[in-house]
Design a protein around this ligand. Structure first.
Ligand SMILES: O=C(O)Cc1cc(O)ccc1O
Ligand SMILES: [Fe+2]
Length: 444
């Protein structure tokens, strides 16, 4: 069986029932009977000769509601490794982002070009920009990826958690805590420090990544919405324990304070036979999002579409929000229904997973799947001319928006582009033109 066939077979065996559901749950799982100790985390001798190890994603002392840790029972402790040495960062960049001057202009990119043969997910990671400072655990980076080979190495990110948004090509994520499949239309989260390998189920894979240096993504509070709605906790799926028992050289890459470091282990670090805890990867199907909107008039602010939020130190002001524009009905009366013209103190990066977006013209040179737009702090944007003209004249019958899936990484700090993003051939040169020709109609 070729690598890709084997990956496909494993992925096909993973159904919803193969996961452990519930956002932030205290999950527990064992791949061999009796591997998980009961009644204590660290017995004098862990079961089956395994090593017990705690992986902490929050300070020990953080409030219980935000405390993240998992206990791993593994063939070898993570501590058994040779020194890490610096390797080339490839196209990965990290905060602070100082390669370019922060740009108030509206920017839009086409999809990443084809990768060279043999580009795995990590080699295919390409940083667009970001903010904050990795050493302060604040801010975020926006990456895209375009890969055409499965990793045979293992990666872990000490700088932040990784929210992976596939746009083309299913991925099998083999993590320390087990296996996840992430398809276009789903998102996967790898918590800070959790090691994983990405295998492709198709010849190529393309998508987006939000690397969140700040507080781990959590579900937003629902306030007056009530006890249910938006992204429901039960739809987040954590893996169950699945380990590989591989003796032999495995390259382990560690992203630490903005640089890639590697060590060659004499075994696979994906050797966790059992685990329990709440510092877990998960996958979530964006089509499960319970979209709430206006059933009277006006276009609500897109915070109503928040899937996950990473709070900053200022209440109500997110380090980064992950927002989805999922299929929904528009019924507003006497309302301009698409997104309004606006200038926002928050900075907005938008990507498209599929189809079209209702404020932007689709098609060649427009806002296309795999492309993205950046509207930095206070930059003026909103419907392009074509959208404005159409929506101002549209008959206001109930309308289903179901031809696309777009998302936004919205952050409190401006996004500074990397040099490669600011000079890329796939940066569109005349994006401003979409707002040309919005003529005056005011004739007092
Ligand atoms: O398209 C955008 O710019 C994102 C966005 C969507 C919306 O419905 C309202 C405000 C907003 O910034
Ligand atoms: Fe916007």
């Amino acid at each position: 069986m070729s690598g890709i066939e084997e990956t496909r077979k494993i992925a096909a065996g993973l159904t919803e029932g193969s996961y452990s559901p519930g956002f932030g749950n205290e999950h527990s799982s064992e791949a061999e009977p009796g591997a998980l100790p009961h009644g204590r985390n660290s017995p004098q001798r862990a079961p089956l000769g395994l090593y017990a190890e705690q992986l902490s994603g929050s300070a020990f002392t953080e409030p219980r509601a935000h405390n993240h840790r998992s206990w791993l029972y593994r063939i070898r402790p993570s501590a058994a490794h040779p020194p890490f040495v610096r390797i080339d960062n490839g196209n990965v960049r990290s905060a602070p982002f100082t390669e370019t001057t922060p740009d108030p202009n509206r920017l839009r990119w086409n999809p990443l070009p084809e990768p060279a043969p043999g580009t795995d997910w990590l080699a295919g990671l390409w940083t667009l920009g970001g903010n904050g400072d990795v050493t302060q655990r604040a801010g975020m980076a926006i990456h895209l990826y375009h890969a055409n080979a499965s990793m045979d190495r293992v990666f872990g990110d000490a700088d932040g958690e990784l929210l992976i948004v596939p746009e083309h090509g299913e991925l099998l994520l083999r993590t320390e805590l087990g296996l996840l499949v992430a398809r276009p239309g789903e998102v996967a989260l790898i918590p800070r420090g959790v090691r994983f390998r990405v295998e492709l189920l198709e010849e190529t894979a393309r998508g987006y990544v939000c690397e969140n240096y700040g507080q781990p993504f959590r579900l937003p509070d629902l306030g007056p919405i009530g006890a249910n709605g938006l992204a429901n906790a039960r739809d987040f799926l954590a893996p169950v324990a699945a380990y590989e028992d591989v003796e032999g050289p495995v390259q382990v890459v560690n992203k630490f304070c903005g640089n890639l470091w590697a060590a060659t282990y004499d075994h696979s670090p994906l050797d966790v036979v059992a685990w329990h805890g709440n510092h877990t990867p998960y996958v979530y199907d964006l089509r499960r999002f319970n979209v709430i909107g206006s059933i009277s008039y006006d276009h609500p602010d897109p915070s109503i579409f928040t899937v996950l939020t990473s709070p900053s130190d200022t209440p109500g002001v997110a380090g980064v929000d992950f927002v989805v524009f999922a299929p929904r009905w528009l019924v507003g009366e006497d309302t301009f229904r698409p997104p309004y013209f606006h200038r926002n103190v928050m900075s907005e990066y938008m990507g498209l997973i599929e189809g079209a977006y209702d404020a932007k013209t689709a098609g060649e040179g427009g806002f296309v799947p795999g492309g993205g737009s950046l509207h930095n702090m206070m930059s003026a944007h909103g419907p392009d001319r074509e959208t404005f003209d159409k929506a101002s004249a549209a008959e206001l019958k109930p309308q289903k928006i179901d031809d696309g899936l777009a998302f936004m990484f919205e952050t409190r700090w401006p996004v500074t582009a990397t040099a490669q993003a600011a000079t890329a051939d796939h940066l569109q040169s005349s994006y401003d033109d979409v707002w040309q020709g919005l003529e005056r109609h005011f004739r007092p």
